[in-house]
Write a protein that binds this ligand. Structure first.
Ligand code: HEC
Length: 113
């Protein structure tokens, strides 16, 4: 491959990547709707996202974009987990944003390092 082609290929790749990132911009989440939807999640993650078991990650107080992206990635199978893949498959992007807004608004662990 000569230099021009390499440069072009890199630019095309970058453009495709940027487009992908823009396409997955997070919708504005509604925490009240997220709270309603979270009934399906409470058994494992706790009512407010502070799960009681080490088997299940704590969602309370986590950044909304982190939670949202995790759900998007479970649904797209970019992140693989049998349980969460099943749940995420049933959620729309808006519902994911609502759930993310709800858990992000809950009090999480105090981080003392
Ligand atoms: C049957 C138990 C169970 C239920 C119900 C459940 N989850 Fe999970 N969830 C898990 C497990 C186990 C993991 C860790 C999976 C992994 O290793 O990726 C997880 C991971 C997650 C993560 C990633 C957390 C992180 O720190 O990376 C998010 C976000 C999440 N769940 C949201 C939800 C939402 C929203 C619901 C309800 C729609 C839900 N979960 C329902 C078991 C459950």
């Amino acid at each position: 491959m000569n230099r021009t082609i390499k440069t072009f290929a890199l630019a095309a790749l970058l453009a495709a990547f940027t487009a992908g990132v823009q396409a997955s911009a997070m919708p504005k989440g509604n925490a009240a709707k997220g709270k309603e939807a979270s009934a399906a999640c409470a058994a494992c993650h706790g009512e407010d996202g502070n799960s009681k078991s080490g088997e299940f990650p704590k969602l309370a107080g986590q950044h909304a974009d982190y939670l949202y992206n995790s759900l998007v990635q479970y649904k797209s199978k970019q992140r693989k987990n049998a349980i969460m893949g099943g749940f995420a498959a049933t959620l729309s992007r808006q519902q994911m944003a609502d759930l993310a807004a709800f858990y992000a608004s809950q009090k999480g662990l105090d981080h003392k390092y």
